[in-house]
Design a protein around this ligand. Structure first.
Ligand SMILES: Nc1ncnc2c1ncn2[C@@H]1O[C@H](COP(=O)(O)OP(=O)(O)OP(=O)(O)O)[C@@H](O)[C@H]1O
Ligand SMILES: [Mg+2]
Length: 225
């Protein structure tokens, strides 16, 4: 396993600091998802949340890295065409990406980039478009994913909060949706609304990941900022 170059980059901290309690939580989530993946032949997962800033992008990036660590071929797609961040997390260029495939039908293999994590590739967003929902709605996801299935065992898609029109479109094309919830900042009713909206798109909520828990004496949580 190659080491992640920028070990001080806090956004992949869970993955780079593997002996922490939170890293263990990610391994547990990985095991549950793998179990589900085998049982239901699922391989494409999307992340969303009720509000922005709950930690979707960071959680999905770390989760993808943990999957790649098991010698699975993993792709992370930045499907958040409004506030893309996977290029920052993995410190790669964002000149070309998903938008170029959506708009111009560019060959996906030409825009996928390697990350510093072995077995993990990234498809960044590319230049942010002015009409993401329209681009996504008219896109042939089936052909796109079928092509990617040849090269990857698991595909993780970062997406915007559930209230935006883009999110149910992507949700309806994946095998499972993971909802990230920032504890202490998002009300239960909002979370329930998010789950309902994902389900009404015909998607399966396969798990809820609680993030940004407050540190207590007894527990070690995610990184400190
Ligand atoms: N558990 C955590 N503890 C501390 N900081 C966190 C935690 N999870 C995420 N963050 C930080 O919170 C900020 C928002 O995280 P992130 O970008 O992953 O959220 P997001 O849900 O993807 O936001 P957006 O809706 O804007 O895409 C980032 O600076 C990230 O590093
Ligand atoms: Mg994000």
């Amino acid at each position: 396993m190659r080491k992640v170059k920028n070990k001080d980059d806090k956004k992949l901290t869970v993955f780079t600091q593997r002996n922490t309690a939170i890293a263990e939580q990610f391994r547990i989530i990985r095991t549950s998802l793998q179990f589900l993946a085998e049982k239901r032949s699922a391989k494409r997962f999307m992340v969303t949340s009720s509000a922005s800033g709950e930690g979707k992008s960071v959680v999905i990036a770390n989760l993808a890295a943990f999957f790649a660590q098991q010698e699975k071929r993993v792709l992370i797609i930045d499907g958040d065409l409004r506030r893309p961040t996977q290029n920052e997390i993995f410190q790669v260029e964002n000149y070309y990406g998903f938008t170029d495939i959506l708009k111009d039908g560019v060959d996906v293999r030409k825009v996928i980039q390697k990350t510093e994590v072995e077995n993990l590739d990234v498809l960044v967003s590319g230049i942010v478009p002015h009409n993401p929902a329209e681009l996504l709605a008219s896109f042939d996801f089936e052909t796109f994913f079928a092509e990617l299935d040849v090269d990857y065992d698991f595909i993780f898609v970062d997406a915007p909060p559930a209230i935006l029109a883009d999110t149910p479109i992507i949700a309806s094309k994946v095998d499972g949706v993971i909802v990230v919830v920032a504890l202490h900042s998002v009300k239960r009713s909002k979370l329930e609304q998010t789950i309902r909206s994902v389900r009404s798109a015909g998607a399966n909520v396969v798990g809820i990941i609680c993030n940004k828990a407050k540190r207590t004496k007894k527990t070690a949580y995610y990184y400190k900022q």
